[in-house]
Write a protein that binds this ligand. Sequence first.
Ligand SMILES: C[S@@+](CC[C@H](N)C(=O)[O-])C[C@H]1O[C@@H](n2cnc3c(N)ncnc32)[C@H](O)[C@@H]1O
Length: 227
Amino acid sequence: MAANAISGALRQLFGIRAPAGKYTNLTYTATAIGREEYKNQLGGGRETWDARGRFQLDLLRARGLLPTSTLLDIGCGPLRAGVQFIRYLDAGNYFGFDYNVSFITAAERAVTEHGLSTKQPSLVALSDFEMSGIRRTFDYAIAFSVLNHCSPSQRRLFFSNIGQCLAPGAKLFISHARWLKEADLERAGLVISERFGVHDLDLSEYGWQPPEQRLVCPLYELERRSG
Ligand SMILES: C[S@@+](CC[C@H](N)C(=O)[O-])C[C@H]1O[C@@H](n2cnc3c(N)ncnc32)[C@H](O)[C@@H]1O
């Protein structure tokens, strides 16, 4: 604790920023990406990779996502769910970003390997939730197992900036959200439209064992106020 406080003070003194989170400095060579080693970094690993990705698509479809909808995948990683979203959505309607450059490289490779290039997904490496360059608004957005890996200051940046990417009435899904407080939402013009607990979602069907299911929830559906 004392050591942390000292290193925090030194970082501040010399203007050195702390890593934004668990995945900031994780890098993979092209060979490692080819072997899909990144799959071991996400909860559930290779074994549940497709099922946990499919869960996100099934959830959003159940909440109204259509092929014509536009989707922002926040912290998309190497497209565990992204591949499924891109396949389902009309061309040009998927935008994924992540602060980990290796994950974006892996994501680009996954698009090619799954024969999804014609869907023209946008994949961007982006830090500190600096979303002003996106210059689009979306009907749907999802941050699945992302903000739980972020510091409180990264979350503040997220809620300060996400509003600019959401169309009026857009739905934003946030999982692993035990930390979420209604005060966080005001900054982004968001209200809670649904709160999913463990008993509302069939997580065991998608590869989550009971102890881990409790981490996924609460999962919130938030709505961007119109006007
Ligand atoms: C557990 S993975 C989940 C990836 C993806 N959402 C999924 O469900 O497969 C967490 C992801 O969030 C990304 N991430 C964490 N903090 C981030 C931040 N501040 N900005 C952008 N991406 C972030 C990580 O790089 C990683 O890809």
